[in-house]
Design a protein around this ligand. Structure first.
Ligand SMILES: [Zn+2]
Length: 328
């Protein structure tokens, strides 16, 4: 009598047990997954911070992984594969350095140590080419790449020191903005290799190279936010440059606002002179070490002019402040 009674219950009991086990496993997996958050999150010390714009992180399909110790775009053997970043930032306060050496930087540590966001242009024209040059050719790194269509790529957790701005790498987060760069002469042959004009105006093209453009938005045509060629001085020298794309301004404002929330010492401000104008040349090292906010690479190094005179600093800061709310 017992068998006929129990038999029909077995599949049900099994189903309940199996479902419970699956739910438990899924829960445990989600709870312990190192990479959480929406597709619009950046990551700092393993914690996601939603920045409200698409971010492809290094561990996602189509992401660029700066943790990889071999070359990224080829299967070329690299037996002594080196780190492209430093797991420990230099110049840490003593109390933090001891803890960080033992267990890495905590978010609390990172918030004390990181106080700058450094903007670069990549002179590669697309994020994909930039990562090829940085990782596979030059053994360098940067936390973020910002493509022409506004896609942000995060290549490393912010707890890592990326090699992008000499001594300022110790206390900064860096972004390479996809852009052909500045030119000493207007519309020279070198510049025309990158730009063409149609009935809608100037647009950026992708010169042939070893790596495909790889822009995520199909058929995307990068057009400068302001259609006319810009001219301006950096480090006391005149440069010609087309503006960044409107998609890049939007994404950069989201990224800056999100960084300022995640790491509050990064204020939404830029170095200014006594008259309130954005400084267009390198600052003394002591000033850079003190400054809390957003800087251009040219503020850090005299031999650099990126992100160039075309960047609309006040537009960027206004948008970022509106997104984040509150004071600079
Ligand atoms: Zn740079």
């Amino acid at each position: 009598m017992r068998l006929p009674f129990r038999r029909p219950r077995r599949p049900l009991a099994f189903a309940i047990t199996a479902t419970a086990a699956l739910v438990f496993l899924l829960f445990v997996r989600c709870a312990s997954a190192p990479h959480r958050g929406p597709p619009t999150a950046i990551e700092a010390c393993g914690q996601p911070f939603d920045v409200g714009t698409r971010v492809v992180r290094w561990h996602e399909p189509g992401g660029y992984d700066a943790y990889r110790r071999a070359k990224f775009f080829t299967d070329e053997a690299e037996p002594d594969g080196r780190l492209r970043y430093a797991p420990l930032r230099g110049g840490l306060p003593e109390a933090i350095a001891a803890q960080a050496a033992a267990r890495g930087l905590s978010l609390g540590d990172l918030r004390q140590v990181v106080h700058q966001f450094v903007l670069h242009f990549d002179v590669c024209g697309t994020a994909r080419r930039c990562f090829h040059v940085l990782h596979d050719v030059r053994n360098l790194s940067v936390h973020f790449l910002l493509d022409v269509d506004g896609t942000v790529y995060q290549t490393l957790d912010l707890r890592e020191k990326a090699h992008h701005a000499t001594y300022a790498s110790d206390f900064s987060v860096g972004v390479e903005i996809a852009h052909p760069g500045t030119f000493p002469q207007p519309l020279s042959a070198a510049m025309r290799a990158w730009y063409e004009r149609d009935e809608q105006g100037w647009f950026q093209k992708y010169p042939p190279g070893r790596v495909e453009p790889g822009v995520r938005t199909p058929g995307f045509v990068p057009r400068p936010d302001r259609p006319e060629l810009q001219r301006g001085a950096v480090q006391g020298r005149t440069w010609y440059q087309f503006d960044f794309t409107p998609q890049q301004y939007r994404a950069l404002a989201h990224l800056a606002a999100g960084l300022s929330r995640a790491l509050p010492r990064i204020r939404l401000e830029v170095p200014r002179d006594a008259a309130g104008n954005v400084v267009q040349r390198a600052l003394p090292e002591a000033e850079i070490r003190r400054f809390e906010g957003i800087v251009g690479h040219f503020h850090v190094q005299q031999n650099k002019n990126d992100p160039g005179p075309a960047l609309q600093w006040d537009r960027l800061l206004q948008q970022a402040r509106a997104l984040r709310g509150g004071a600079p």
